[in-house]
Design a protein around this ligand. Structure first.
Ligand code: PFF
Length: 447
């Protein structure tokens, strides 16, 4: 067998993992899910979920990937547990499902990058969002985003993506800090900070059943868990790398960028609407595109340049996440069936484009795809993975965690028991609440 590649530097792996994690989930989804789920109460539960459930879970995926050194599906075979290949299969399916509509939102971002340059949305951001977020235009830009994703995966990720992510993470942080400071100086942003940062415990107590599953699933989505992405990336990792240190860094950076995006979007929503708007055009999936765009719209020519820069950075963040989704299935088909990389990437890209046209045609479909991913697919996929790592592969997982971890290795046993108990119960409850909420209101568009 040919020598398998490994990341050349530790930073290479961490940046690629951060590139996968940081994306539309942080910049687009986190702020509006926060706004829909009670503000700071949601943020609090999300932070707990990221550290108490997300971190141990990501370590589990790292341990599978690095030990097997193979794609996310065959990894289970390699570890001598072929029956558990189903975990990899479900992850792969979940990733493809998500990519179908992720690409639609990626298309909006391209549209807004161009719209900033031309000043297209400067006349009225809500109406503009309504016009470009659904219909033929949305389908065209969705096609473009998917083609870019497939193109990068087809031509190999090393050069393009490693370089892009190196630039992306610092520029995302820089842009967001700048915008957050600007939002802070605006009249009317004041009430946003207590809404966003000081949890309303009564709200939390009354809505625990919906806040928990949304926050936990948001952590999974945002950390790219349950989709084979982290297994695949960790499969290129060498044995002297410290998994706990890398996991901590990825979770820390990812959480920071999500919270920062909220510090931009939520105050801007308050400035514009004096509160969190209930309408889909102002809040909801449109929040980033209506509220942030509004700021650029008021800044004339400077706004055009800043707007284009901002949406371009978001585009790179979205692309580096999307390619990690498409890479999972591509790596599998290339490894397993020796399919041609280019044909595989564009083939799956084409099929997912078709599936995504539903979401591009009508945002109600996008909401439905997203809800199903959040409420059922993600927690189910993560739950199976957690059972596997905790109970089936436990002793080897501990051994893997200790490898190269120096001082942190001594906590590996604690980690596995945490996974077997707290994480297991947390994910089970999330899945239960998610499934019952879907059952109570399936909400299939047009039916
Ligand atoms: N974590 C990405 C985001 O927050 O936008 C989305 C994502 C990428 C999910 C890759 C899953 C994945 F495998």
């Amino acid at each position: 067998m040919a020598q398998r590649e490994t990341w050349t530097t530790r930073a290479g792996f961490v940046l690629a993992a951060v590139g996968s994690a940081v994306g539309l989930g942080n910049i687009w989804q986190f702020p509006f899910k926060t706004a829909e789920n009670g503000g700071a109460a949601f943020v609090l539960v999300y932070l707990l979920a990221a550290v108490l459930i997300g971190l141990p879970t990501i370590l589990g995926e790292f341990a599978i990937g690095r030990r097997a050194k193979l794609n996310a599906v065959e990894a289970f075979d390699r570890l001598d547990h072929p029956a558990w290949t189903v975990v990899g299969g479900l992850g792969l399916f979940t990733g493809l499902w998500i990519l179908s509509y992720y690409s639609v939102v990626g298309g909006w971002v391209i549209r807004y990058t161009i719209g900033s340059l031309t000043g297209g949305y400067f006349g009225g951001t809500a109406a503009y969002f309504g016009a470009v977020s659904a219909g033929w235009e949305a389908i065209a830009f969705h096609a473009l985003f998917m083609a870019l994703t497939a193109g990068i995966v087809a031509f190999g990720i090393e050069d393009g993506i490693e370089k892009a992510t190196k630039l992306m993470v610092p520029s995302v942080v820089l842009m967001l800090v700048g915008l957050a400071v600007y939002a802070f100086t605006l009249d009317g942003s004041g009430p946003a900070y207590s809404y966003y940062l000081s949890p309303d415990m009564d709200y939390l107590a009354n809505n625990l059943g919906s806040v928990i599953p949304f926050a936990v699933s948001q952590a999974f989505f945002s950390l790219s868990l349950g989709m084979g992405a982290m297994i695949t990336y960790a499969s290129y990792l060498s044995d002297d790398d410290s998994l706990p240190a890398d996991g901590g860094l990825v979770v820390g950076l990812n959480t920071l960028i999500g919270v920062l995006a909220g510090l931009v979007v939520i105050p801007l929503l308050f400035v514009q609407f004096s509160q969190i708007p209930e309408t889909a055009a102002g809040g909801g999936p449109g929040a980033l595109f209506v509220s942030v765009a509004q700021v650029f719209g008021g800044l004339g020519i400077t706004g055009r340049i800043l707007g284009a820069l901002f949406f371009f950075v978001v585009l790179i963040a979205a692309l580096s996440s999307a390619i990690s989704l498409l890479e999972v299935v591509t790596a599998y088909c290339v490894d397993r069936y020796e399919w041609n990389r280019m044909a595989t990437a564009f083939g799956f890209g084409g099929v997912l484009f078709l599936l995504g046209t539903l979401s591009a045609w009508d945002t109600a479909w996008l909401g439905w795809f997203d809800t199903l991913a959040y409420s059922v697919l993600l927690p189910a996929s993560v739950l199976l993975g957690v059972i596997f790592v905790g109970w089936v592969y436990g002793p080897e997982a501990v051994e893997e965690m200790e490898k190269g971890a120096d001082g942190a290795g001594q906590y590996a046993t604690l980690w596995i028991w945490w996974l077997r108990t707290v994480v297991f119960v947390g994910v089970l409850v999330t899945l239960y609440l998610g499934v019952t909420s879907i059952y109570a209101s399936p909400g299939l568009p047009g039916l």
